[in-house]
Design a protein around this ligand. Structure first.
Ligand SMILES: CC(C)(COP(=O)([O-])OP(=O)([O-])OC[C@H]1O[C@@H](n2cnc3c(N)ncnc32)[C@H](O)[C@@H]1OP(=O)([O-])[O-])[C@@H](O)C(=O)NCCC(=O)NCCSC(=O)C[C@@](C)(O)CC(=O)[O-]
Ligand SMILES: NC(=O)C1=CN([C@@H]2O[C@H](COP(=O)(O)OP(=O)(O)OC[C@H]3O[C@@H](n4cnc5c(N)ncnc54)[C@H](OP(=O)(O)O)[C@@H]3O)[C@@H](O)[C@H]2O)C=CC1
Length: 428
């Protein structure tokens, strides 16, 4: 159902009013509303079924990033995160991106790699040829275990043999199963296939199979997003948009050449992506591992985004990175809030979800670069973090807003200052 994700007053509402607004906009069911009102509603019995030794639940804020326009479709993006200013920055940059059509995205097929490690091979190149000659038999065996996936149009498509002639333990071959996992993240799916083919692989190669596990460097499962911005987008009373664009490109260049900066730059990108991964019940460690390995693929650790100027002087931002997200499998179906998130996003495939995730990453990166290249990160970030600081100092109810206002006005956001302000107010 088409919606308008541009919700200018959403930030000023209370959480209860925001849920009412979403209910009207998205026609949320009574059950979804109820789940949102009990924020994070995860019955202990379900939690106990998800992991081991459960003794409770740990809740995090669940928010909605507004303004996203992705391939011409308005999307509201659920984000689960503890850090202030992330949701605001993503929403802000999505708002700016709308002027030039929002985010345009694409993705490759959902292909995952499973690795089968083969040791004890005396003739690695001969073994490689034998395995490649047996490709059809290996693929057929891999596919014999998951008929549902085949019916859905997925399954093992190909094999690759990676040869390590020298290693500390002698020659090593690594066979990759290339598997189309459709709408699953696919870890369990491909691990089962890798274990299934291991005896055949041993017979054909003459070696011993050890590890049979997916690779989180999902470099065949890439999602991409692009956005453009006119210089006027960044005009302010003090700054010319053209200079802001130059500052953003210089900031990006810093990340492209210096791994110390690239780590922080990419952390900013993951500020947007991880909260969506968590909100949809997906495996954020897998996404993090894939992101940073991909950022190192050219022999040095670099930026996951690029920022450049087109002929008209418009800022052009792009992102491309592995994105192994599922709509089924893992906790996506078990966690009730993950299901609410998927309904809010209204995505039809794991690829669509992956493309929205990288669009949020690109927006988040721009939010940080724009702030860093102009006024610095502290004004916007600390103004929002000030609420945390006030609460840490013991402020409750109306005291919170009052303490925040004093600290932001004085540009002095510290717990000690919040405590002093609180004492001053209480002793009046
Ligand atoms: C924080 C802002 C957005 C303020 O920026 P501002 O100019 O004060 O915002 P504004 O009040 O003019 O509002 C503009 C829009 O921002 C959004 N917005 C604004 N405030 C809110 C709010 N309270 N709640 C919800 N949405 C908010 C909202 O969309 C709003 O438009 P509207 O829809 O209202 O017409 C800006 O300063 C900013 O983008 N800063 C960057 C913040 C950031 O990057 N945070 C990430 C954490 S820092 C970090 O971990 C990463 C880092 C920085 O190290 C990465 C790196 O180094 O690359
Ligand atoms: N290194 C890593 O990242 C590792 C991660 N994991 C964990 O693995 C989990 C994800 O594994 P995953 O294989 O995705 O999950 P599941 O095994 O839970 O679910 C995948 C299964 O769902 C079924 N299915 C139903 N509909 C579809 C559809 N439209 N598209 C694709 N499959 C469908 C498939 O068939 P059927 O049910 O018939 O099999 C498929 O095998 C996560 O919890 C992750 O944390 C595990 C090991 C390592």
């Amino acid at each position: 159902m088409p919606i308008d994700s541009r919700l200018p007053n959403f930030r000023s509402l209370s959480p209860a009013q925001r849920i009412d607004h979403l209910t009207t906009l998205l026609k949320l069911s009574d059950q979804d509303q109820q789940l949102l009102r009990n924020a994070g509603a995860l019955p202990l019995e379900i939690a106990d079924g998800m992991i081991e030794n459960v003794v409770g639940k740990f809740e995090l804020p669940y928010a909605i990033a507004t303004n996203f326009l992705v391939n011409g479709r308005d999307v509201l993006v659920p984000l689960v995160v503890e850090e202030p200013s992330v949701v605001a920055a993503a929403s802000y940059m999505a708002k700016l991106a709308r002027a030039a059509g929002g985010f345009r995205t694409s993705s490759s097929a959902p292909l995952m790699r499973a690795q089968v490690q083969i040791v004890g091979v005396t003739d690695p190149y001969g073994a490689r040829q034998r395995l490649l000659r047996s490709k059809d038999e290996i693929i057929a065996l891999a596919n014999s275990k998951d008929t549902l996936l085949l019916q859905l149009g997925g399954g093992c498509r190909d094999i690759e043999i990676h040869t390590f002639e020298q290693s500390a333990v002698g020659p090593m071959l690594v066979m990759h199963l290339i598997v189309d996992v459709r709408d699953a993240m696919g870890a369990n799916t491909v691990n089962t296939m890798a274990e299934t083919v291991a005896p055949l692989v041993e017979k054909v190669s003459g070696g011993k199979v050890r590890l049979r596990i997916l690779s989180n460097l999902a470099d065949l499962r890439l999602a991409r997003a692009e956005a453009r911005f006119t210089p006027e987008t960044f005009d302010t009373a003090e700054l010319k948009g053209k200079d802001v664009i130059d500052g953003i490109i210089e900031a990006y260049t810093f990340a492209a050449i210096d791994p110390y900066r690239a780590a922080t730059h990419n952390k900013g990108i993951m500020n947007g992506i991880d909260p969506l991964v968590v909100a949809t019940g997906n495996d954020w460690r897998a996404i993090e591992a894939g992101a940073h390995a991909y950022a190192s693929r050219n022999g040095h650790y670099g930026s996951l985004t690029t920022w450049e100027k087109d002929k008209q002087g418009h800022l052009v931002g792009t992102i491309e990175m592995p994105m192994s997200l599922g709509l089924v499998g893992g906790a996506t179906k078990t966690h009730p809030m993950a299901q609410v998130s998927l309904r809010i996003l209204d995505v039809k495939s794991a690829q669509e979800l992956a493309e929205i995730a990288v669009a949020v990453g690109l927006a988040q990166n721009l939010g940080a670069l724009r702030a860093l290249a102009t006024e610095g990160i502290q004004r916007g970030h600390m103004a929002l973090h000030a609420r945390n600081i006030a609460m840490q100092a013991g402020a409750v109810g109306e005291e919170v807003d009052w303490v925040v206002k004093q600290m932001v006005q004085a540009r002095d956001v510290r717990t000690e200052r919040a405590g002093a302000l609180l004492n001053e107010r209480r002793n009046k």
